[in-house]
Design a protein around this ligand. Structure first.
Ligand code: BMA
Length: 819
């Protein structure tokens, strides 16, 4: 197949009047081009977002010229391939209509041979305003189909169009109605055929994996060819006769003694290179061999189980929810993906949920997840809304679902297809659907079962279709929001309903796929969007970078329950991160104690798409918040932890996700706030494979002399691994913490740095921060005890030196936040 690459520099100007022309990078988005050209100010800074809104209201034209050699025109078919056009696009070649598209989740291929000529040609892509297109659809509906309106003053009807739902803003998201040619665009020329898809099915028998390979080929006029499959030094050559139109050609190869792919923490991620060629076209991919099942069984543990089994081993899913990693799609690069996903793995995660208000990601995302062992819970892109069930809409979604499922099904990481995010719950959110649930439920089902479920059954039958997150399984249309015993659960009472942290202990979810708590990003991140005189929680810029109404008040209100009110903005920001980490730690530790009743803890949310106060553990640009450091500990394969409910029942737990049993020693020390050891207890135990065992259960007042005079310090030795944990028996604000003096020494350590911290009095949530230097510490938010210095390693992700690093360091701890 001959190819002409159309990526590169294009001209961009307003579609109707050519007021100005700027250069645009393709693949890329219009906002990014305008920003580079100085036509808009950085929408992530201050309140500039407001001034960038005109871009989404306008129509745009992208154009370029390209050369077509005569040899291309001798082929029977020349087609234009567009991997992602966002969203309402009209394509002209040499001024003539070549195609149009209105679904950004669909790869488009248009036959264009008759429009081309030898030599110089011109292509124009007109991107119509999605804001206007959605409004026009709303006006044409037979009855209203409401969705949420995340940004006051805007009613985008974004649920009526097949565009990334959070482009209209979200309760953590900037409103940037971006558009453009977001992924590769090229011309292909062939006479025999072109591959539309290649996908495989694995059949595992003892010692061998039979790999069934299907190529879907479109041939202009048919002909003879061969299907060639190669993987793991094995080859198969299958002769095939193509008919004009779509052909499915299948062959198989056998991989002896396959090495299995495992989720992170359970084993390695070997990947096999697979190459498939037919009709002069070729596809290469890397595939992982494994089985994956979703176990949903009615059981005696109360309800319907929900867990993943990989290669026959029950996995405890640990991870976070993913949103698009940047509101400007041009910045969604392989490097950005790799940085965030590597951080996820570094925090011992094994699952990412791609949330339905975002997007099917680019190929690189899934490749990295395959390499890192991150299983994916994949929503289809529907979220928090009612959706139309018109013929036109369903046809478009059917094409989208088929395309995405066939494109992605070979990724070892892909563990489950889920119909949407919270759309069953959404049936109760709007007066229209409350008053007329039947109508909207029927519409819901047409889209959900009728299109999405059916597509997964037909196109990816080895995977489970889970209708919605949260839900109680196929055929269960009840609102599972406050039900903890069936399938997956979103638990938002801590945060949205303002319940205290120990409310997590009142539920026993089978799989908690969302729960979250907000914090501010680091001071250095805030300083990039807020000028010095706005460094105040209630300043206009700080309120602008908070999208959840009452979000900042919730943070403050929660402070008053647990902590002494912090002094100054720096302490405020730090404490918000400590508070967030403690909230999620309480939830995750409890969910892990519940194993095997609960088998999944996926918190909301991993990342941000612009700098904002949110539920993320990685701030925009990837810096770890304190929650992410805490996650590294509370998601560790083996963990010791304590819990205490509101009645004062106190427990110590040893939790293991290991595939083998191991010997463990847990030391529980009760110390007063001067550091004096009051009591010590040792538990030597074998931790069975995949287990949670209770080491201690008592009434807290029997376990300690006075709740507010002491704390518990836990040490776990499991083989050569040592980890620690800390527990307070009452709210931090009630404890008379000593004023600790912390000494810090910093030395170079290869390309990184070693920071040693020593204290004279116990210090809690000791957090070290390198201002404006990208990189992470190996641990943070630690407990420091007198006589027990700790050394932390910082690995920079950019060039720096010892002097700069020293200068960048700031240190904080709980007692330092108030006088
Ligand atoms: C959820 C998500 C998102 C939202 C988050 C925080 O349930 O699905 O819609 O951003 O809560 O409110």
């Amino acid at each position: 197949m001959q190819r002409i690459n159309l990526n590169g520099k294009w001209d961009l100007h307003p579609a109707n009047k050519a007021d100005f022309t700027v250069s645009a990078t393709v693949p890329g988005d219009i906002h990014s081009a305008l920003l580079t050209a100085g036509k808009i100010k950085d929408p992530y800074e201050g309140t500039n977002e407001k001034d960038a809104q005109w871009v989404g209201d306008a129509d745009w034209r992208l154009s370029r010229t390209f050369d077509v050699p005569g040899s291309v025109l001798t082929e029977k078919s020349v087609f234009l391939n567009c991997d992602c056009l966002d969203t309402f696009a009209e394509i002209l070649i040499n001024g003539k209509k070549a195609g149009r598209s209105d679904n950004c989740f669909l790869r488009q291929r248009f036959e264009v041979r008759s429009l081309l000529k030898e030599g110089t040609n011109r292509i124009d892509v007109i991107i119509r305003s999605a804001v206007k297109a959605a409004a026009a659809r709303a006006a044409g509906l037979a009855y209203p189909v409401p969705g949420i309106k995340p940004i006051p003053g805007y009613d985008d009807h974004i649920n009526l169009i097949r565009k990334v739902q959070c482009h209209g803003g979200w309760d953590w998201g900037i409103r940037l109605m971006v558009g453009g040619i977001l992924q590769d665009i090229w011309l292909g020329a062939t006479s025999i055929g072109r591959i539309e898809y290649v996908y495989t099915t694995q059949h595992h028998k003892s010692g061998v994996c039979e790999l069934e390979v299907t190529a879907e080929v479109i041939s202009p006029s048919g002909g003879k060819t061969v299907l060639e499959i190669g993987a793991a030094d094995t080859k198969a050559i299958i002769p095939a006769t193509l008919l004009p139109g779509l052909n499915k050609v299948t062959g198989r190869i056998f991989i002896q003694n396959p090495e299995f792919w495992w989720p992170n923490g359970y084993g390695k991620q070997p990947l096999y290179d697979l190459s498939v060629s037919i009709a002069g076209d070729k596809i290469c991919k890397r595939i992982g061999l494994r089985t994956v099942e979703v176990v949903n069984e009615e059981d005696d543990k109360g309800g319907l189980s929900m867990y993943f089994k990989v290669n026959g081993v029950a996995i405890f899913s640990k991870g976070a929810n993913w949103i698009p990693c940047d509101a400007m799609p041009q910045r969604q690069t392989r490097e950005a993906y790799a940085d965030l996903l590597t951080s996820a793995v570094a925090a011992n995660m094994n699952m990412i949920r791609i949330w339905g208000g975002g997007q099917y990601e680019r190929e690189a995302f899934y490749e990295i997840c395959d390499e890192l062992g991150l299983m994916i819970w994949h929503d289809f892109m529907f979220s928090c809304a009612l959706y139309p069930a018109t013929e036109e809409f369903l046809v478009s979604v059917k094409k989208e679902a088929e395309y995405q499922v066939k494109r992605l099904r070979d990724h070892a990481c892909l563990a489950l297809w889920c119909g949407n995010n919270e759309d069953v719950g959404a049936l109760n959110w709007f007066k229209e659907s409350r008053n007329s649930r039947d109508r909207y439920l029927v519409d819901y089902d047409r889209l959900n079962e009728g299109v999405l479920g059916k597509t997964v059954d037909e196109c990816d039958s080895t995977r489970t279709f889970w209708p919605s997150s949260p839900c109680g399984g196929r055929g269960d249309y009840s609102d599972c929001w406050h039900k903890d015993n069936r399938g997956d659960m979103h638990y938002w009472s801590v945060w949205h309903d303002g319940h205290p942290f120990h409310a997590y202990l009142d539920i026993k979810p089978r799989f908690c796929s969302e729960f979250g708590f907000q914090s501010f990003p680091s001071l250095d991140a805030i300083r990039k969007y807020a000028p010095a005189d706005e460094l105040n929680v209630t300043s206009p810029v700080m309120e602008h970078h908070q999208r959840n109404s009452a979000g900042n008040s919730k943070i403050v209100e929660m402070f008053t329950r647990y902590f002494r009110v912090p002094e100054g903005f720096d302490n405020f920001v730090y404490l918000s991160q400590v508070q967030q980490a403690l909230a999620i730690k309480t939830g995750v530790e409890h969910f892990r104690h519940l194993r095997p009743v609960c088998m999944g803890a996926i918190y909301w949310q991993l990342n941000d798409n612009w700098p904002v106060c949110s539920w993320s553990s990685l701030e925009y640009a990837g810096k770890w918040k304190l929650l992410h450091y805490a996650a590294k500990r509370f998601f560790a394969p083996i963990m010791v932890s304590a819990s205490q409910d509101k009645q004062g029942k106190f427990e110590i737990w040893l939790t293991s996700d290991a595939r083998e049993a191991g010997k463990c020693k847990v030391t529980a020390e009760i110390r007063d706030f001067s550091g004096k050891l009051l009591r010590k207890k040792i538990y030597a135990r074998k931790s069975p494979a995949g287990s949670a065992i209770c080491l201690e259960s008592s009434d807290v007042d029997k376990f300690v002399p006075a709740r507010n005079d002491c704390f518990l310090f836990l040490t776990l030795e499991a083989g050569r691994k040592i980890s620690t944990n800390v527990h307070f028996f009452t709210e931090y604000k009630r404890c008379r913490l000593a004023k600790a003096k912390i000494k810090m020494t910093v030395v170079a350590n290869g390309t990184g740095f070693k920071v040693t911290l020593a204290t004279d009095k116990p210090a809690f949530f000791v957090a070290i921060n390198a201002d404006n230097i990208r990189g992470e510490f190996d641990d943070n938010m630690i407990t420091l005890l007198p006589g027990k210095p700790r050394t932390l390693i910082f690995t920079p992700k950019q060039k720096t030196n010892l002097a700069n690093f020293r200068r960048s360091l700031t240190l904080n701890h709980l007692r330092a936040t108030y006088r």
